[in-house]
Write a protein that binds this ligand. Structure first.
Ligand code: KG4
Ligand code: ZN
Length: 364
């Protein structure tokens, strides 16, 4: 089976061709055109600008994905697209392109939930281009507990089986990625903030900027709450107050990297502690990470160590770096599993008439 997938929910225009043969999944192409430079000037994603860029990029990105995969559009079996959640002006471009393709080629069309895509980044097969054999992909055993950490979402998702989701906890305010981006803005580090804050934190950890050490301590929000919810907006405000107390220190690179380190430690302490506790309570067999923030090397490392120490016999699964941020290969993979579970695939044949982009959408 060959799937052509499109993702345009935020600021990346992406298309991918994926092939499944005898149970083996191979990404034949995964083109991601990022708009970071355009939005960086504004310190965040401007929806209408994103939409305009998607319009410019969508056809070239689709052409590249098909060319690189060496698959003719005729030979595609299914078209998949992110239907939401996301920015409507951005989503509409991918959804319209997918509808037009499905109409013109008379292929079935399947809309995919963006977060389902992020979760299924963990099930993406090996990439043909990079010949990356990824980390050893043993069969993923259910129940799975997936920590979804992106720019718009922070959720602990329990999966008893494929495509079966129960959200057992989520952020009450800012998503983790959003908090990283806001802290980066406070500290003047630019957009997107996650990678910048994490680079600064690394400098402090590896003692590149010693001897400055302000012994900064930030709160660990909701660390001891009995539920599995999170809150990151107060933590971001704590960073803001800290910088307001000592405005002069912002010029000091060592101070900035220590503050980034303490912020990141606080986030990771909370994420790891709640994930491990939930993993024990629900007796899961696999812990997974997904979403843009799952590219954070310290989070990947610390969660892995905590699983090993605290959840004996439980395996740990993280997506390849290429599939952490928004990309269409993860959408194609989710579509493969969804399609496989459909009782009546005929319904998808005229789906171009019905499919709609939705800004907020429950994972179900
Ligand atoms: O999943 P994603 O690409 O888009 C959404 O669905 O939101 O996530 C983007 C978020 C941004 O907030 C970005 O700052 C964050 O992921 N991010 C990181 C890292 N790389 C990206 N956060 C922390 N550490 C990173 N290395
Ligand atoms: Zn995303």
């Amino acid at each position: 089976m060959k799937i052509l997938a499109i993702e345009t929910s935020c600021d990346e225009t992406s298309a991918s061709v994926l092939e499944e043969k005898k149970g083996k999944i191979r990404v034949l192409s995964n083109i991601v055109s990022s708009q970071i430079k355009i939005h960086a000037k504004f310190g965040g994603v401007v929806p209408n600008l994103a939409s305009r860029e998607h319009v410019k990029n969508i056809v070239p990105v689709l052409e590249s994905a098909l060319r690189e995969s060496k698959i003719n559009l005729r030979d595609i079996d299914l078209i998949a697209v992110t239907k939401g959640p996301g920015l409507i002006p951005a989503l509409l471009i991918g959804v319209s392109a997918a509808k037009a393709l499905a109409y013109a080629t008379k292929k079935p069309l399947l809309g995919i939930h963006h977060i389902e895509g992020h979760i299924y980044a963990n099930f993406v097969g090996e990439s043909q281009k990079s010949k990356v054999k990824s980390q050893k992909r043993e069969k993923i055993e259910f129940p799975v507990l997936c920590l979804v950490v992106s720019g718009g979402h922070t959720q602990l998702v329990l999966m008893k089986d494929h495509l079966k989701y129960k959200i057992i906890g989520e952020t009450q305010d800012d998503a983790v990625g959003e908090a990283f981006d806001k802290v980066a803005r406070i500290l003047g580090l630019g957009y997107p903030g996650g990678p910048k804050v994490s680079q600064e934190a690394e400098k402090f950890k590896t003692r590149k900027l010693q001897p400055a050490n302000y012994k900064l301590v930030l709160p660990r929000p909701m660390l001891n709450s009995k539920d599995f919810n999170f809150s990151f907006s107060g933590l971001k405000t704590a960073v803001l107050y800290e910088t307001k107390k000592h405005p002069g220190r912002l010029k000091n690179k060592a101070y900035v990297s220590e503050l980034c380190h303490e912020f990141q430690e606080s986030v990771i302490d909370v994420l790891v502690s709640k994930t491990i506790r939930a993993g024990k309570k629900y007796k899961v067999k696999t812990i997974m990470l997904s979403g843009g923030v799952s590219a954070n090397s310290e989070l990947r490392l610390r969660m892995g160590e905590a699983v090993q120490e605290g959840l004996s016999g439980v395996s740990y699964q993280i997506p390849e770096l290429a599939y952490c941020g928004d990309n269409a290969a993860m959408i194609a993979t989710a579509a493969l599993y969804r399609y496989g579970k459909l009782k009546d695939t005929k319904k998808l044949e005229n789906n171009w008439k019905k499919l709609e982009a939705v800004s907020s959408l429950k994972l179900s």
